[in-house]
Design a protein around this ligand. Structure first.
Ligand code: AMP
Ligand code: ZN
Ligand code: FE
Ligand code: FE
Length: 273
């Protein structure tokens, strides 16, 4: 029997992936994973449907989330694992973050209108997410579908990137706030894709706030960079996690199981909390 392995960074169509929970578990099973975590942006709505769908296979689903936060205008993603995803305080907090996301989308569409792009409606963008965690990738998809830009990356470069013409920031929450929220729920907070985010110098501050892990194993990352973050994790006594960041068809350079970590790392995550 193959050793047990996990992919701890997977999105569903409850945030900005095109994949349903059923598609996610089918793919995860097909590539031999024994454990997955659903880490949708600012929502836990996809976890239960995925658990339900996973019953057809022997596939473990652990609770996860990818919280957005911001420091010095930079978008920082904090992953949370093994927390109580039914906590009423969490659900309330996420409702606030999500209503900000909807308002923000309204403002971004307004900015596009001022730039002469007048045929985008809030409802059609929101309809692409099965929860209220609507985001820039949904707007990018509509811009491509309407032929306003040729591809998603151009949508970001021209309009949606952090310094793009139609950019509007999200709910203001610091990485420390996000880390503490996960801690309060009895979960493990992990800095997502540190090689993409590039805030290594802030890691000591995050550790002080309760950060417990680094997402060392991430799709499309070189061995040298992985080795570097293994070293940082050791230096700060942090757990190492990993995942594919699969988004179905909305992110073509990765897929479920592109990263498989040994189940031993999941066990460490469970004992940490
Ligand atoms: P949001 O949570 O709505 O701010 O959207 C964030 C998502 O947009 C990220 O997870 C990325 O998938 C995508 N994204 C952000 N900036 C860029 C960029 N410059 N180029 C391509 N995709 C981006
Ligand atoms: Zn995403
Ligand atoms: Fe992320
Ligand atoms: Fe992600």
């Amino acid at each position: 029997m193959a050793p047990q392995s996990a992919d701890l960074h997977i999105h569903t169509h409850y945030s900005d992936s095109t994949s349903s929970p059923e598609e996610v578990v089918k793919e995860a099973h097909a590539c031999g994973l024994s454990c997955i975590a659903i880490t949708d942006h600012d929502t836990v709505d996809g976890i239960d449907p995925t658990r339900e769908a996973a019953k057809a296979y022997s596939l473990e689903v652990i609770s996860g989330i990818e919280l957005s936060s911001e420091i010095n205008g930079k978008d920082i993603h904090v992953l949370g694992y093994c927390f109580n995803d039914k906590d009423s305080g969490l659900i309330e907090h996420l409702k606030i973050i999500q209503s900000f996301r909807v308002e923000r989308m309204r403002k971004m569409i307004e900015k596009l209108r001022e730039l002469g792009i007048k045929n985008i409606e809030l409802e059609e963008v929101c309809s692409l997410a099965k929860s209220s965690a609507v985001g820039r990738p949904h707007l990018a998809a509509v811009l491509v579908e309407k032929g306003i830009v040729t591809d998603r990356q151009t949508a970001f470069n021209k309009y949606l990137s952090d310094n793009g013409a139609a950019y509007v920031p999200k709910y203001k929450q610091s990485p420390q706030d996000a880390i503490q929220l996960i801690r309060k729920l009895g979960g493990v907070a992990v800095l997502a894709h540190p090689a993409l985010t590039q805030v290594d110098q802030l890691i000591p501050q995050f550790v002080e706030a309760g950060l417990k892990g680094l997402e060392v194993y991430y799709a499309n990352t070189s061995k040298a960079i992985i080795h570097f973050y293994e070293g940082l994790a050791q230096k700060y006594n942090l757990l190492m996690t990993g995942g594919s960041d699969a988004h179905g068809k909305s992110k073509r350079n990765t897929c479920i199981g592109k990263i498989k970590i040994p189940y031993e790392l999941v066990e460490k995550l469970k004992t940490e909390r």
